[in-house]
Structure formats: structure tokens, C-alpha cells
Design a protein around this ligand. Structure first.
Ligand code: GDP
Ligand code: MG
Length: 440
């Protein structure tokens, strides 16, 4: 994501609750970032509308600060569009399972056929590759080379047979597989440089003739704004049950993934990430979402925050502020929760693009939390409940008790007062900025 968005999120971080204008500003930046990643415009529009609606609704996690709330909503929505869960291949009850590939020329179908065959072989399947691309002169030979590398048999028309009939080849291959006990048939098909009626008809005929368990639409991650039109054409012309995103190594922004998944509603199942046969990954919607957002390890950050600031706890604290019952005991409890979050610096470090805050992060001394805790622990229960009792002599006693100076105690009380004031104004907004931390 653009640095601008990071700056916008950093701004939100210091505020208590999302206002409509906060949300609008952030949504504008998300929109820009998605367009920069080449996500199709209609998809961007619908997506940002959804994020906006959710950010303004009550369906936000108040245990998180506003920046995290927005991040979580964006992240959730991205994952939802990308299919939510990992979708695995579905195998036929009666082997062989037939997997047909479709897509434009040069998208990586033949390469993917080899990759998938190799992977299935490794999973103890007995795959068969089928050369049903009889359009390009070298297509059959190319698949044979790939098959050899993968160690998988390739079913092809007799050499020297001129232009064959791909439907026929595919049909024969399924029969052959059944007889020879191959349990997965992977049919490589022809592509064209652009969508055309002949190509669609041929692919559609192969589908009808072989009744595949999966039709995988292979799309080049670099396709950009054409993703929507191409995916729609294939969905109408052939139909498919899943998507393979190829050449993700060349364009990791994932714009095409989002466009295709959103427009077709079909899950992305694999990502092809290079020219070697091992460059194949099962597609994980959550990982792709983070990749699209370029936001570092956002999920574990959110998880840590959730663990540390249990939602109900946060609300209780906020309510206390509102009713002016907030005491130093509550303050202490908050500090302890914070330390429970683990290494605070590490947590901040997980935020993306935090380079510009590096010095503040480096300078933050986690021991500060411990010292503050020690001061509060040197107070009597009565003093913690009623800070007004803390006159000069009591402060001196506390300072002696915890080995700090009176100035340290005064400093702490000043921060506590500021906190209490600030909290009253944001009480309804949920989790406050943590005390003693400065803006993070
Ligand atoms: P097809 O026409 O759809 O069968 O596409 P091919 O499998 O022949 O691939 C076309 C070109 O893209 C070849 O040069 C491949 O080596 C290359 N290619 C395929 N998949 C990938 C990939 O995931 N990453 C990269 N960088 N290149 C790929
Ligand atoms: Mg090919």
C-alpha cells in the first residue's frame, strides 16, 4: 500500500473512535492503493463501499484502536472476496479425476499442467498429462518435455498425424487413464492471444466430452484491467470451477486475483510463482490479502492486540472513565495487560512501513512500564482508589518505597490526570490510547 495510506492509518492511531471523515479519508486511500495494484475499477468501487459501511457500523471490534479496526475490516473483506478458506481440489469418487485447464495463450497452462502433475505425483497420485493443444506447432512437444521433467506420462496424438481433433484426444485420454489406472487426468488445452469464439467452442466441447471434475481457469497475474473481461468471457464460454493465478512472481500485487475472484465468485486454488516445476503454491486467501495490503504480519498483530486487550475488559475500563470511577488500580491493571501483550517493540515492529517511526520505537523503553507499575504498587489501596489523597508527604513516602524520586511520582500523577481527562471524552469510543506510551 502507498505510504500515504500508512500515514492516514498513523493519524487514526492517535484518535479514539472512527468518525465519518476518518473513514472517508481512509477509504479514499484504500481505493487509490487498490487501483495502483491494478484491481479493476468496478471491483474497487464495490469493495470500498463495503469497507466504508462496515467501518461506520457498530460491527467493529472495539478492543482495537481505530487504525487496527480499519486494517481488520479491510483485511476481512479482502479474505472474504478471495474465497475465505483454502479451497482444495475435489477428486472424483470414481477415478479418474479429470482436471481441465483453460485460458489465453501464454498464460502458463502448459507449465502449470507439469507443476500440478509433479505435485500430485508427490502426493501418491498417478497423474496423466493430456496434450489437447493441437493448435500451436510445438505445443505437444512442450508438454512432453514438461511431462518428462515431472516424471509423468503424457498422452498425445500419434506424431505426424497432422492437425488432430483435441476433443477426441481428450476423450481417448480419459478412457486410456481408466484402463491403465491413472487416477488423475490433466488436460492441457489451446489458448489464443485474445478471447475468440472458436477457442471458446473448442474448450467448451472438450468440457462436454470429458465431464471434468475441475475446470481450472489459468490467468496471468500481470493481466491488469483486462482481468474482468477475460474472466467473464471464459466463465460464459466454458465455465470453470477454480482459478490458477500464474506468474505471481512477476506481479505480486495481486490485483488480478482480487478482480477475478470478485467478478466470477470462483475460488483461486493455486498460485504459480516461477518457471520451475516446483514453483507452485496452494493459494491462501489470508496471505494474499496481507500481500495486497503490503501490511506486514497484520494478522498476528491483530491477534496479539486482541489477546492483550480483551474486548470486555476494554469496555469496562472505558465505562469506568465515563463514570469517573477510574482509579490507579485500573491504571495498574491496564499496564499489566499491556505487558502481557509481550514484547511491545516487537508488536509495533509488525506494523507495516513503520520506518519513519523507527527512532521512537527504538527509544521506547519497555522498562518504563515496569517502573510505572512499581510506583503504583507502592501506594496504599486507599490511595489507589482515591488519588486526591496523594499530598506531598504521601508522594515522598511512595517515592522512597519504590526507589524513585518524588518527581517521578508527580510525573506519573500528571499522566494519570491527563489520561482520565482524555478518556472521559473518548469513553464511548472504546479502547483508549494506552497511558504512559505517548502516541504510537
Ligand atoms: P500456455 O500457453 O498457457 O500453455 O503457457 P506456457 O505454460 O507455455 O507459459 C508461457 C510462458 O510463461 C513460458 O515461457 C513459461 O516459462 C512462462 N511461465 C509460466 N508460468 C510462469 C510463472 O509462474 N512465472 C513465470 N515467471 N513464468 C511463467
Ligand atoms: Mg500451452
Amino acid at each position: 500500500l502507498s505510504e500515504r495510506l500508512t500515514a492516514t492509518l498513523a493519524n487514526l492511531r492517535t484518535k479514539g473512535k472512527l468518525s465519518a471523515s476518518d473513514v472517508d479519508g481512509t477509504v479514499r486511500e484504500i481505493r487509490r492503493a487498490l487501483l495502483e495494484a491494478d484491481v479493476a475499477l468496478p471491483v474497487v468501487k464495490e469493495f470500498t463501499a463495503q469497507v466504508r459501511e462496515r467501518a461506520l457500523s457498530d460491527d467493529v471490534n472495539r478492543a482495537l484502536n481505530p487504525a487496527q479496526q480499519v486494517v481488520q475490516i479491510v483485511n476481512d473483506e479482502l479474505i472474504a472476496i478471495l474465497g475465505g478458506e483454502v479451497r482444495r481440489l475435489s477428486f472424483a469418487k470414481q477415478p479418474p479425476t479429470v482436471i481441465m485447464l483453460a485460458g489465453l495463450q501464454g498464460t502458463g497452462k502448459t507449465t502449470f499442467a507439469g507443476k500440478l502433475a509433479k505435485r500430485l505425483l508427490g502426493e501418491k497420485h498417478a497423474p496423466l498429462l493430456v496434450a489437447a493443444d493441437l493448435q500451436r506447432p510445438n505445443a505437444v512437444q512442450q508438454l512432453q518435455v514438461v511431462g518428462e521433467q515431472a516424471g509423468v506420462h503424457v498422452h498425445a496424438p500419434e506424431p505426424g498425424n497432422g492437425v488432430g481433433d483435441p476433443v477426441r484426444v481428450a476423450k481417448d485420454a480419459v478412457k486410456f487413464a481408466r484402463e491403465k489406472l491413472y487416477d488423475v487426468v490433466i488436460i492441457d488445452t489451446a489458448g489464443r492471444l485474445g478471447v475468440d469464439a472458436d477457442l471458446m467452442k473448442q474448450a467448451s466441447n472438450i468440457r462436454k466430452a470429458t465431464n471434468p471434475d475441475e475446470v481450472l481457469f489459468v490467468i496471468d497475474a500481470m493481466i491488469g484491467q483486462d482481468a474482468v473481461a477475460t474472466a467473464n468471457a471464459f466463465q460464459e464460454g466454458v465455465g470453470f470451477t477454480g482459478v490458477v493465478l500464474s506468474k505471481l512472481d512477476s506481479d505480486a500485487r495481486g490485483g488480478a486475483a482480487l478482480s477475478v475472484a470478485k467478478v466470477t465468485g470462483q475460488p483461486i486454488m493455486f498460485a504459480s510463482t516461477g518457471e520451475r516445476l516446483d514453483d507452485l503454491e496452494v493459494f491462501h486467501p489470508d496471505r494474499m490479502a496481507s500481500r495486497i495490503l503490503d501490511m506486514g504480519d497484520i494478522l498476528s498483530l491483530i491477534e496479539q492486540a486482541q489477546q492483550a486487550f480483551d474486548e470486555d475488559e476494554a469496555r469496562k475500563v472505558a465505562d469506568k472513565f465515563a463514570s469517573e470511577q477510574f482509579t490507579l488500580d485500573d491504571f495498574l491493571q491496564q499496564l499489566q495487560q499491556m505487558r502481557k501483550a509481550g514484547n511491545f517493540k516487537k508488536m509495533i515492529g509488525m506494523l507495516p512501513n513503520m520506518g519513519h517511526m523507527k527512532s521512537e520505537i527504538e527509544n521506547f523503553d519497555e522498562r518504563e512500564l515496569v517502573r510505572t507499575e512499581a510506583i503504583i504498587q507502592s501506594m496504599t489501596p486507599a490511595e489507589r482508589q482515591n488519588p486526591k489523597l496523594l499530598n506531598g508527604s504521601r508522594r515522598a513516602r511512595i517515592a522512597r518505597g519504590c526507589g524513585r524520586t518524588v518527581q517521578d511520582v508527580n510525573e506519573l500523577m500528571k499522566r494519570f490526570d491527563q489520561m482520565a481527562k482524555m478518556m472521559k471524552t473518548v469513553a464511548r469510543g472504546g479502547m483508549p490510547q494506552m497511558p504512559g506510551m505517548g502516541p504510537i
